[in-house]
Design a protein around this ligand. Sequence first.
Ligand SMILES: [Zn+2]
Length: 221
Amino acid sequence: MGAKTRWRTSFLLSLLSTAIVGQEPPGVKLSIVVYDSAHVGSKTTEYAEHVAGEILAKASIQSSWLAGPVQELGSLGMDFTAYAAKACHPDLGQATVRLQILPHAPAGLPAQALGFSLPCARSGVQVTILADRAATVSETAGPTFGRVLGYAMAHEVGHVLLQSDTHTTAGLMKGIWSKSDWQRAAVSVVSFSLAEARQIAALRGRTPDENVTQVASLKVR
Ligand SMILES: [Zn+2]
């Protein structure tokens, strides 16, 4: 497994928004293994990880990022089982999220999806990010390619942390991002809502959404 582990905690307190200061949820630690099947390169992936780590830190989530060997993906596989909501109980107390960056979208994925996640998967890769879709957003909506990747990572990891495919009308977990959303994301940190941060912090409380569906995804228009 890759050698790099970077805990991003140093700017946590200064990055907390005024809405969260004084009532921040308890910290959550998360390891994320990134498999760069798209060969976007370590410089870009590390920048994307920095962006995603900053977004997660605003919700009191300390993320540790590791580079995973791509050859491991074949044996890891993906768990597409459609678990009932009450069965969506991965042990998030010591969570590791496995994330792959693919060069192109698999057949059948909605045209605007930047990635997808398997919030209830018990094994294998839980998060898939699509490099070609991120490149298109970067070319048309403003943020750099690495920044779009970082947002897609944070959004899809968010589904895993929230054990939910639910989308909101604003913020990181908005399902369909407009050009103005991306322009905002290019110059600021769009993160989880306080309620979402608290839900993530209550992971051990095990209160998954009802009717969790199999695949969640972030789209752009
Ligand atoms: Zn989504």
